[in-house]
Design a protein around this ligand. Structure first.
Ligand SMILES: [Zn+2]
Length: 139
């Protein structure tokens, strides 16, 4: 398995620190957290890395993403740096979001008012859906 981040603080600076029950143990140089290879696979699912970066690109702040996904904003900042993600620079639009289940989502789309004059994307989020909407700032 390929190790990339400390599961506690997402730093990529760690050192080997002994072997426990046939598993390599590592120690994070930044926060001092000990972890093994197996643990990492559980803690940082690439699903959440993708979601976090997606939401970042859609204009959400680190704190918002932290609140929605339950991932430390420090981790998200590290991923943005690691993958060199840059947001398009624009003040023209701002995004708002809602977390909806499938029924609420269907209801939302059945109302024309919700769709006119705004772009909407929907992304899966665990067992719910996240709807992100852009509206042009009124000049
Ligand atoms: Zn750490």
């Amino acid at each position: 398995m390929n190790i990339e981040f400390c599961p506690n603080c997402s730093s990529n600076q760690y050192v080997k620190s002994g072997v426990i029950k046939d598993r390599q143990r590592y120690k994070c140089k930044k926060c001092g957290y000990y972890f093994t290879v197996n643990k990492i696979g559980k803690q940082i699912d690439s699903y959440y890395v993708n979601k976090a970066l997606q939401l970042y690109l859609e204009g959400l702040s680190y704190r918002e993403i932290e609140r929605i996904l339950g991932i430390s904003h420090v981790s998200i900042i590290n991923w943005v740096k690691k993958y060199n993600i840059k947001r398009p620079y624009s003040f023209e639009y701002h995004s708002t979001y809602k977390i909806l289940n499938a029924v609420e989502l269907a209801k939302y789309f059945s109302d024309n008012k919700n769709l006119i004059g705004a772009g909407v994307i929907v992304t899966e989020l665990g067992d719910k859906f996240m709807l992100i909407k852009w509206e042009r700032f009124k000049g």
